[in-house]
Ligand binder design. Structure first.
Ligand code: FAD
Ligand code: NAD
Length: 514
């Protein structure tokens, strides 16, 4: 059970009802990353079995990306409308309707019923879904243990096993936290994204993506929020200027932010009266704690020891084709005979859904092209580009959007990360509200800030950050430029239409001297 009594182990798809126990590919964990692979491999003509312990669609679909963005979007939409004269007057002083937001989120996640998603993805392609906990038991062998049962059911893969078990929250480890009732007084991401009420005083540990996004939502919807983080800034991995803008906005919405701080104890005085003591001696009395202190790969109890690998939260190390680096004992993995792949959060390379899906494309291509080489007569239908079997995951290839208010989208280097890798770079900035006409038209006095990081000598774009409302829509063009190694002399010829906020690139080029 998770928050609100949501049943994450529905009945059905029991392994005892399987017609066969041998499949071309077995995927352990059926989150969004695995779902992409199911489609690609089935369309190519392979038989695919997904072993899924909880809800089909994974954390992303039910407890992470999707519900969190469903909660945040109405806040962004209303606040954006309120910056536009004419729309503002129509809205007056009306504010967000919390229950309507929760209802919309519930509809978007189908009230945590995974049957519609199974009917959309797995069934039309003939993917076999098995509900239970998957473990590797040896080369190309997987056992499945249904929830609250002890019997193990054994499956065999003809070609490959893909591990896509995702990640889970870090343990908080603060004295007293284990006294709190999970799901009620002690929240993790599942509770924060599934809740249907606003805690009186939410105390969030961690100011990364989870902490800042949830602080944005719960403060915007009328809750008292305190954000405590060991880092010295909010969103410590982004440009400090963007971090300051997000921090200011959170504080404007009443969030009390305590940085470079840790909790040393939590004492439950009574129900929903939780006293948190900080390392500076200060105390905070909150009603609910949210643990947003980072995530670890779900490699626990996966049977990895049977193939000579460590597990227990260590990421699965992979090569550029997403094949797991196996010890050389027993000739486990060979050049064309790779059978074990790990994609998504479980390899910790870029723990976002889009990076996992990219890795899945590479892993599937690798499986399919190896198969074509080893069994040309099998008659599989290769997707276009299936020869692309090596990923090109570099800093420049990892975009991310943080859906705070304003949002932040990033790709490639920040100034600090570029300097740390020894690159010679310069930064150019643009205050969008001050200079970009599209931004003035979009709304009054909205913060907007952008930075490009340019490599000296080559003039290549190596990093970009956009911090503004709907920053999510800005990052793709910079991703293309960075990935393709474009320089500013080339980017001069990319013409953004007037009057759009996308013209920010023209102002960044001007600032760079072009
Ligand atoms: C609050 C929050 C918000 C986020 N927002 C975004 C966002 O906006 N954009 C973004 O790109 N990323 C976001 N992320 C990150 C994103 O959720 C993950 O990167 C993504 O879910 C990874 O997908 P996955 O398929 O690897 O794993 P998951 O989504 O975790 O799915 C893995 C599934 O495997 C199952 N499983 C685990 N072990 C086993 C086993 N042994 N046997 C059978 N099944 C097993 C689990 O039950 C789980 O359902 C967010 C994360 C959080 C916590
Ligand atoms: N929009 C998105 O793409 C999105 C949204 C949410 C989460 N995610 C992904 O989920 C993952 C987890 O996110 P996250 O925010 O939980 O982790 P994170 O690693 O991004 O941030 C962790 C934060 O917790 C702080 N911290 C760690 N231990 C602490 C302690 N004991 N006390 C106080 N503060 C502590 C750190 O200083 C940091 O501020 C990330 O990889 C992120 O990419 C992505």
């Amino acid at each position: 059970m998770a928050s609100r009594g949501i049943n994450v182990h529905p009945l059905g798809y029991h392994p005892a009802s399987l017609e066969t126990t041998t499949f071309d590919v077995i995927i352990i964990g059926a989150g969004p990353v695995a779902n992409f692979g199911e489609v690609r491999l089935s369309k190519a003509g392979l038989s695919v079995c997904s072993v899924q312990y909880e809800l089909y669609g994974g954390d992303c679909h039910y407890f992470a990306c999707v519900p969190s963005k469903a909660l945040l979007r109405p806040c962004e939409a209303l606040d954006a409308a309120k910056t536009v004269g004419g729309a503002r007057e129509a809205i007056g002083d009306k504010d967000l309707d919390a229950q309507a937001i929760f209802k919309r989120r519930d509809d978007i996640v189908a009230s945590w019923d995974d049957e519609p998603w199974i009917n959309t993805v797995a069934k039309p392609l003939g993917v076999t879904l098995v509900r239970g906990f998957g473990r590797i038991t040896g080369k190309k062998s997987v056992s499945v243990q249904p929830y609250q049962e002890s019997t193990l059911y054994h499956l065999t893969a003809n070609i490959a096993v893909i591990v896509a078990t995702g990640s889970t929250h870090n343990d908080l480890g603060i004295p007293g936290f284990d006294q709190l009732e999970p799901g009620k007084e002690m929240w993790i991401n599942r509770d924060a994204t599934a809740a249907n009420y606003v805690p009186e005083h939410l105390v969030i540990f961690g100011a990364g993506a989870v902490g800042t996004e949830m602080a944005t939502f719960y403060s915007r919807i009328g809750g008292k929020v305190t954000l405590i983080a060991s880092s010295s800034t909010v969103l410590p991995k982004i440009e400090p200027e963007a971090s300051k803008i997000v921090r200011k906005s959170l504080e404007t919405h009443g969030v009390d932010i305590k940085l470079s701080t840790r909790a040393t104890s939590i004492v439950k005085e009574s129900t929903n009266r939780l006293v948190v003591t900080l390392n500076n001696g200060e105390t905070i009395t909150g009603s609910v704690i949210l643990n947003a202190t980072g995530r670890k790969p779900r490699t626990f109890d996966l049977g990895l020891d049977t193939i000579g690998l460590p597990g227990e939260g260590a990421p699965l190390e992979v090569d550029a084709s997403m094949a797991v680096a196996l010890p050389e004992v027993d000739n486990m993995q060979t050049k064309t005979g790779n059978w074990l792949y790990a994609i998504g959060d479980v390899n910790a390379i870029g723990p976002t859904t889009h990076m996992g899906v990219y890795q899945c494309r590479i892993a599937c291509n690798s499986i399919l092209s190896n198969l074509k080489e080893s069994s040309p007569s099998k008659g599989i239908t290769l997707p276009r580009g299936s020869f692309i079997t090596k990923s090109a995951i570099t800093v420049g290839g990892i975009p991310q959007v943080i859906f705070t208010e304003p949002g932040v989208s990033t790709v490639g280097h920040t100034m600090a990360s570029a300097q740390a890798t020894g690159l010679k770079v310069r930064a150019v900035d643009c205050d969008m509200a001050a200079s970009v006409p599209g931004a003035w038209l979009y709304g009054d006095n909205q913060p907007g800030w952008a930075r490009w990081i340019i490599e000296e000598g080559t003039e290549k774009l190596v990093g970009a950050t956009y911090c503004c409302v709907e920053a999510s829509e800005f990052v793709n063009s910079a991703s293309v430029a960075i990935k393709m190694g474009l320089n500013l002399e080339q980017l001069v010829h990319v013409v953004p239409p007037f009057p759009t906020r996308g013209e920010v690139i023209r102002y960044l080029l001007d600032a760079a001297g072009y």
